[in-house]
Design a protein around this ligand. Structure first.
Ligand code: ATP
Length: 365
């Protein structure tokens, strides 16, 4: 399977820059997810990889071969779309056989491959049915099967699960991840759903406004986001962001936020000592803000506020608290007897704080 490389790729539509100078590699057999809000350029990137769009600037390589101008049919790729794009008048078998027949491939070999793919996807008993006689999940599997029958070198999937209900989406996430691992095909997958991205990708490429902000493992994206956008896009519920001020005296750094002086850890103080930025935004994941009565011992930073809203999710309860005029979301134990209007004390460990430059959004630590 090839390594895919994007080198200084931009795509301009008329006078609109949909993609601005992106660089990344997808390693042999790797599963990379492109994620970002609507209009950020992820589909355009996938379409350039497929050969359906030509970059305005820059080059795309499969291993050492420059494929920038190679048409889709000669790239050895298979693409699965959100709409499945199945032929409604053909049976599952005929849908799977359509591509190989159009390419005049050997009938017996094609039949063998279809049966193998049908077995892998659990479609054996559905080969005679038409799309209208199948569930959404089964149709999605056929769309995947059709791509697999091609035995492509690169697998491209564009929001393939967005037409399915939540339960089926969760099941198909696992199936596709497992399938990709077994086939070992270099894969690019587009979604706007950060949960899908975190659970499926070996690495995740986060896009915003035509820029590739960060491409990293789920763990690194979550723990070391490059900026505020990535930090708030990855993770659910969203990371809390509150304004803060840094003050430096001699070799020490002090942080004021949420109406109090907040202790920084040695690591953070060291990282922030030499800069000159004073206006910052402080990030704190809801999972790292606890109710005093249910807090790990390391949480020594206390804040007080009034409960604004309570959202039980079953396994835990998320509580939105007004603290010094700022809204802070915290994780409480499941079904806590907390009500809007209650006074609560929250605690956190300063080691869990993120510090962003208020002007540029860059992560300063
Ligand atoms: P979504 O999740 O909504 O599909 P996306 O991240 O996939 O969004 P793209 O489809 O890549 O976004 O589009 C990126 C930007 O480029 C959008 O602003 C879109 O309107 C614009 N765009 C895409 N294709 C064209 C085109 N053929 N002509 C002009 N503008 C286009």
């Amino acid at each position: 399977m090839p390594t895919v490389t994007f080198e200084n790729v931009s795509k301009i539509f008329a006078d609109y820059a949909a993609i601005r100078n992106i660089n990344f590699k997808i390693a042999d057999g790797e599963f990379v997810v492109f994620v970002g809000p609507s209009g950020c350029g992820k589909t355009t990137t996938l379409r350039m990889l497929a050969g359906l769009e030509t970059p305005s600037y820059g080059s795309i390589f499969f291993d050492e071969v420059d494929v920038t101008l190679v048409p889709p049919g000669r790239r050895d790729i298979a693409m699965v779309f959100q709409s499945y794009a199945l032929y409604p008048h053909l049976s599952t078998y005929q849908n799977l056989a359509f591509g190989p027949r159009a390419r005049h491939e050997d009938k017996q070999l094609t039949d063998q491959r279809i049966r193998e793919v049908a077995r892998m996807l659990g479609l054996d008993s559905l080969l005679g049915r038409r799309p209208s006689e199948l569930s959404g999940g089964q149709r999605q599997r056929i769309a995947l099967g059709r791509a697999m029958v091609r035995q492509p070198k690169v697998f491209l999937l564009d929001e393939p699960l967005s037409n399915l209900d939540a339960a089926l989406r969760a099941q198909m996430r696992i199936e596709i991840t497992d399938l990709q691992r077994r086939l070992g095909v270099t894969t690019a997958y587009v979604t706007h759903d950060q949960v899908e991205a975190l659970t499926m990708g070996h690495r995740i490429a986060v896009f915003n406004k035509g820029e590739l902000l960060q491409i990293d493992t789920p763990q690194r994206l979550y723990q070391q986001p490059v900026n505020e956008f990535v930090a708030t896009f990855i993770g659910s519920p969203k990371m809390n962001l509150v304004p803060g001020t840094l003050e430096r005296f001699d070799q020490s750094v002090f942080l004021k936020c949420l109406g109090r002086n907040t202790q920084l850890s040695d690591r953070q103080a060291k990282g922030l000592r030499s800069g000159d930025i004073s206006s910052v935004n402080i990030g704190l994941r809801p999972q790292d803000v606890h109710w005093t009565q249910d807090a790990p011992g390391r949480c020594t930073q206390k804040i007080r506020g009034i409960v604004h809203a309570v959202e039980p999710t079953g396994a835990e309860t998320f509580v939105i608290v007004d603290v010094d005029g700022q809204s802070v979301e915290a994780q409480f134990p499941s079904f806590s007897q907390i009500r809007p209007g209650d006074q609560v004390e929250l605690v956190f460990d300063s080691e869990d704080l993120y510090v962003f430059d208020a002007a540029s959004g860059v992560n300063l630590l």
